[in-house]
Design a protein around this ligand. Structure first.
Ligand code: 5AD
Ligand code: FES
Length: 349
């Protein structure tokens, strides 16, 4: 299909295109600057030049799952496992608060050591001490009652990437024990409870096709998430997928722009994975429509151990160094870091 400027204008106006048009747009070589500037325009209309910061605390790399792509999968015997206790996590938050962070993202593997009581204890301790902050959880699939308990304890947001919306592709990325249906159910449960919900997927994951990517976009249209996180697949040596190529920078950037046009209000991070495959990956992500960055607040001693993929950036820096570095990077891309809580600006929320 011969794609033109009109398709981008139509995507911006209608927030949608036909499946074949979307597939052509994702492959179109010559339209990137038009596509990115259309996405930037929409982003500036809603969020101006603001870039929201979220402090990421990777509090456990123990995981019961065995996803074929992930470096902290259960069967990776060479991973050194760690867990942070409540006091460690609170210390990360305190340091982050001083640096201007007003959102803390608690991310970890699916680790049953953190019972509902433990998670609720951690969440309510953060809630009491930092009442003006948002608490985001990213701890995988749990029963609806558990999600409700964390929400009641003070959590506001939840990140759970669907990873791929195609059941056959999902099967190729995950062992039998995991199911796409359960993952989707979790996302709808989180929405019903009242969380601001984030989902997303990897770009260029093994066996992924363009049809799969359009299915991802269609699923997101159904879910209408507040946050959408995508990043390139990056191989990790100690996984069954170690020999697969990483995802491409240009396809990831195009998808960020398409997401901005389809979901104008979404909070879209320029992810660490994007910064890992290109020295200016995050800056390019912002210029293609992303409006969030998530620097690492985890203690330096565990940062290298939370290794989902190889050569992850920022594993040696102090939180304050990352914060300063990002501020300069964001400004060099033409935007400003803001330290407000940064809730989604959807008209009805
Ligand atoms: N490359 C890129 N992203 C990965 N993730 C897990 N493993 C990898 C990898 N090898 C992503 C998944 C997960 C998120 C926390 O990190 O999409 O949801
Ligand atoms: Fe971490 Fe640049 S953001 S060092």
């Amino acid at each position: 299909m011969n794609l033109s400027k009109e398709h981008i204008t139509a995507l911006a106006a209608e927030r949608d295109l036909s499946t074949s048009e979307l597939m052509s747009l994702l492959q179109a070589e010559g339209l990137d600057s038009l596509l990115f500037s259309a996405a930037d325009k929409v982003r500036r209309q809603i969020y101006g030049d603001a870039v929201y910061v979220r402090g990421l605390i990777e509090f456990t790399n123990c995981c019961k799952n065995n996803c074929y792509y992930c470096g902290i999968r259960r069967d990776n015997q060479s991973a050194t496992r760690y867990r942070l206790e409540q006091d460690d996590i609170l210390a990360c938050c305190a340091e982050g608060y001083e640096l201007g962070f007003r959102t803390f993202v608690l991310q970890g593997g699916e680790d049953s050591y953190y019972t509902d009581a433990k998670i609720c204890g951690i969440v309510s301790a953060i809630r009491n001490r930092f009442p003006d902050c948002a608490i985001t959880l990213s701890i995988g699939e749990r029963p609806k009652d558990s999600y409700q308990a964390y929400f009641d304890a003070g959590a506001n947001r939840y990140l759970l990437r669907h990873e791929t919306a195609d059941p056959a592709h999902y099967r190729k990325l995950h062992p039998e024990a995991m199911s796409l249906q359960n993952r989707k159910e979790c996302l709808f449960h989180l929405k019903e409870i009242g969380y601001q919900v984030g989902s997303g997927f990897m770009v260029g994951s093994p066996y992924q096709t363009l049809d799969n990517l359009v299915a991802d976009l269609r699923f997101l249209q159904q879910l209408q998430p507040d946050m959408i996180g995508i990043g390139p697949y990056i191989p990790h040596n100690e996984t069954p997928f170690s020999k697969f190529e990483r995802g491409s920078l240009s396809l990831t950037l195009r998808l960020i722009a398409v997401l901005r046009l389809m979901f104008p209000y979404a909070l879209i991070p320029a992810t660490t994975a994007l910064g890992t495959i290109h020295p200016q990956g995050r800056e390019l992500g912002l210029q293609a429509g992303a409006n969030v960055v998530m620097p690492n607040l985890s203690p330096v001693k565990v940062r290298k151990l939370y290794e989902l993929y190889e050569n992850k950036i920022c594993t040696g820096e102090e939180a304050a160094q990352c914060r300063g570095c990002l501020e300069r990077r964001v400004e060099s891309a033409g935007y400003q870091i803001v330290t407000s809580i940064g809730n989604v600006k959807k008209p009805n929320s």
